[in-house]
Ligand binder design. Sequence first.
Ligand code: HEC
Length: 119
Amino acid sequence: MQKWIMSGLITIACVMAVVLMFTLPGKEQVAEEEKPTMPEVTMDAAAAEAVVKAQGCISCHGDQLQGGVGPNLQKIGSQMSAEELYTIITKGRGGMPSFKDKLQKEEIANVAQWLAAKK
Ligand code: HEC
């Protein structure tokens, strides 16, 4: 009788393990959420400036990126890499909104590279 219960429990545990394996997000998926991969783009300063104006970055960061509600971004490239900037603009952080649903990945990557060049 006890053996039967044990093997029943083991079977249930195995089934649960298999189900969890398929339902839990994979490692890569989690990594992608935490640190989205920046697509490769050729930097286009005019396009970056247009996005920064059109998306209201300047309403928080100042029309010269001198800072306001958000921090000064005039020398942000000396503190952060394009990848780090891409992650912040994509996901947002604190009072900084996420632009994941407002901009194409390529547009964010272009702005990130443009900001990364500001040293
Ligand atoms: C609603 C106001 C607001 C808008 C709009 C906004 N930001 Fe921000 N941003 C902030 C705030 C506030 C922070 C500081 C976040 C923190 O303390 O973690 C920030 C932080 C940042 C940082 C990190 C700076 C640092 O020194 O850590 C970058 C880069 C940045 N914003 C870029 C942008 C870009 C590019 C846009 C437009 C696509 C944008 N922001 C739009 C408010 C804004």
